[in-house]
Design a binder for this molecule. Structure first.
Ligand SMILES: [Cu+2]
Length: 122
């Protein structure tokens, strides 16, 4: 009886530790992702990263590095934010956005083949 109680307490403790570190890890990852997302590579039909989370209320500067020379990749369009930018090949192009409300803002190439999403959180 006592032994099984000790085991149970041990399991709960392990659960708490896992939960704590998992949550702490998830929080750290969001911050790291926000910093990393400053450069978005445009290559092989995908934006990398294709999902960027930012806090509301701050201007967001994304730097698109287009490696794909095909005309498909030559523009990036944030249609809900009315922002469109030409992307030169091999040279980072800065796109600054100032989302005024939280939500998901899709960005695509002019044909909608490249796809990404900017998530603005309250
Ligand atoms: Cu395209």
């Amino acid at each position: 009886m006592t032994a099984s109680l000790v085991n149970l307490a041990g399991l709960i403790l392990i659960g708490l530790i896992v939960w704590w570190f998992w949550l702490a890890g998830a929080r750290a990852k969001t911050v790291a992702d926000a910093a990393r997302s400053l450069v978005i590579t445009v290559e092989d039909g995908v934006y990398t990263p294709a999902r960027i989370e930012v806090p509301l209320g701050r201007p967001v500067t994304l730097r698109f590095l287009r490696k794909d020379p095909s005309p498909c990749a030559e523009q990036v369009i944030f249609s809900k934010l009315n922002v469109r930018s030409e992307l030169p090949v091999g040279r980072p192009q800065e796109v600054t956005l100032m989302p005024s409300e939280p939500g998901e803002f899709e960005f695509t190439c002019q044909m909608g083949m490249y796809r990404g999403v900017l998530i603005v959180r309250q």
